[in-house]
Every structure is written in structure tokens, then in C-alpha cells.
Design a protein around this ligand. Structure first.
Ligand SMILES: C[S@@+](CC[C@H](N)C(=O)[O-])C[C@H]1O[C@@H](n2cnc3c(N)ncnc32)[C@H](O)[C@@H]1O
Length: 264
């Protein structure tokens, strides 16, 4: 019998690596960090989409992630690079290290944290841990876009008006297993600001056999105001705050924010 979880995780890692190849956010991050070489921690670095360009730009980088299938992909991409390290860690429970000039919380990780901890607490903890692992004067970089929810008006969704299922990914992993990840309709609880939904994985294996598994997900929608409060409590001062890579001013309709904040 297949151990279903690992085969799904492996499929996800392969498909993520094949399909998520955008560079616009990476270029923006590099421009914000600047050219001077820095010691950078990327929390939840996945398969290295951001970590590798950071190292190629001359920064000394450390990446942590809980998913070994994702991390397994980093070494081939890091060939020839010297100032790069990565290791498996649960970013909620494990230590992040210290002495960093920049901590990167990119690609909406504040919304997408996977944890057994209360999600709101885990989000606040990420900001506290960023502060603890930075040198004085260091920066946290946050790219946050909570699933189409308006960041200034709690609970108002811009993009979740249709409640049907949709295929998010479809493809064949590096072992020849074909599959789909389908997002099933979810619900938003205005009291708790928790968004609950399931992802359905339907895989057809290269060597015969199929599985379908629903994996429940819960995400906490934090408002911009909450993020401001957590940053302030952790001793950060916001230096840059904008919507998108063309640096639009945040307004009442904004569903995403990029923040670059300095630890006092
Ligand atoms: C969507 S991927 C993004 C990877 C990378 N930052 C990028 O932009 O390509 C999110 C990653 O967060 C990791 N992750 C989520 N919660 C985590 C946790 N509590 N500890 C460590 N890694 C976590 C997942 O394993 C996954 O690799």
C-alpha cells in the first residue's frame, strides 16, 4: 500500500517547482534589500525559488522549511553557490537562529503558515521571531495577500464570490504520477476570521492505482491593522508599505501588502 501523505507531498513539491516560476516578486525583494551583501534568513523557503536568487545576488542566505520534498530540490539549484545553507525546521516551534540583517516572510507565508498552533498566534509569533533573529537595525520583509480578502476591511472578500470548486494545479510529477489539486468551497467565519476549506488531491500513479484525499486547511485572515500592531509590539518601524510591485499606495480596496520594516 502507498503511504498516501508522502506521495501527495512529493507530487505537490514537484508540481510547485514546475509551475511556480514567477520572478517578479523575487526581483522586487532583491531591489528592496539592496546590493550590499547581507545575511538573510528566508523562513519557509520551499524549493528555493527565492533563496537561490538571493544567494546568486551575493547575499549569505539560510533557508528553513518543514517539507523535505521541497528542500530536496534546493541542492541541485545551489550547485556552485557557497554562501547558502538550508535545513528542515518547523518555523513555529523551532529556533530561527540569530544575527540576520534581513528576515524574509515572502509569498504570503503569514497567511499560509501550516501549524498545530492557533493560526493568529502563529502569525504574531512569526513577527516576534523575526525580531529576535535580526540584528538591531535589521529588516523584516513581508509579502501578504490573504486569499483575496480585503486587508483593511475585515471579512470582505474581493475574489471569493463564486463558491464552486476549482482545479488549482494539474500535472505530472517527476515520477510520472499524474494528479490534480482541487480547491473545494470553503467558509469564512467572521467571528474568528478563520477561513476553512479543503484541498482535494486526485492522483493516478504511473505504476497503476489511484487515490483521492481531502486535506483540510484553516487559515487566519489578519487585517493590516493587526499586522501593524504585531510589528509595533515587536519593535519594528515600517519603512516601506505598498500594494504590489509598482508600489501603489494602500487603499480601502487593497487585498495585498508588501512591508519592509526595521527593528529598532
Ligand atoms: C508556497 S511555499 C513557498 C516557498 C517559497 N517561499 C517560495 O516563495 O517559492 C510555502 C512553504 O511554506 C512551508 N511551511 C508552511 N508552514 C511551515 C512551518 N510551520 N514551518 C516550516 N515551513 C512551513 C511549506 O512547507 C512550503 O514549502
Amino acid at each position: 500500500m502507498f503511504d498516501e501523505k508522502p506521495i501527495i507531498s512529493k507530487w505537490v513539491a514537484d508540481i510547485y517547482d514546475q509551475k511556480v516560476t514567477e520572478t517578479e516578486d523575487v526581483d522586487f525583494l532583491l531591489s528592496v534589500i539592496g546590493n550590499e551583501p547581507k545575511r538573510v534568513l528566508e523562513v519557509c523557503c520551499g524549493s528555493g525559488r527565492i533563496l537561490i536568487p538571493l544567494a546568486k545576488a551575493g547575499h549569505t542566505v539560510i533557508g528553513i522549511d518543514a517539507d523535505t520534498f521541497m528542500l530536496d530540490k534546493v541542492s541541485a539549484k545551489a550547485a556552485g553557490l557557497e554562501k547558502i545553507e538550508w535545513h528542515k525546521a518547523d518555523a513555529v516551534h523551532d529556533d530561527w537562529g540569530s544575527g540576520f540583517n534581513v528576515v524574509v516572510l515572502a509569498d504570503n507565508i503569514l497567511y499560509n503558515i501550516v501549524s498545530d498552533m492557533d493560526y493568529k498566534k502563529a502569525q504574531e509569533l512569526f513577527i516576534k521571531k523575526a525580531a529576535s533573529s535580526l540584528v538591531p537595525g535589521g529588516y523584516v520583509y513581508i509579502a501578504y495577500s490573504p486569499g483575496g480578502y480585503n486587508i483593511t476591511k475585515p471579512g470582505q472578500s474581493q475574489s471569493h464570490k463564486d463558491n464552486g470548486s476549482r482545479v488549482v494545479w494539474e500535472g505530472t510529477d517527476n515520477d510520472g504520477n499524474y494528479g490534480k489539486m482541487i480547491l473545494l468551497p470553503g467558509s469564512f467565519n467572521a467571528e474568528t476570521s478563520l477561513n476553512s476549506f479543503s484541498r482535494r488531491f486526485e492522483l493516478t500513479f504511473a505504476n497503476d492505482g489511484k487515490i483521492s484525499q481531502d486535506i483540510d486547511c484553516v487559515k487566519h485572515f489578519a487585517t493590516l491593522e493587526q499586522i501593524h500592531g504585531w510589528l509595533s509590539d515587536a519593535g519594528f518601524i515600517i519603512e516601506l508599505e505598498c500594494e504590489g510591485f509598482d508600489k501603489k499606495t494602500i487603499n480601502d480596496e487593497s487585498c495585498e501588502v508588501i512591508i519592509y520594516a526595521q527593528k529598532k
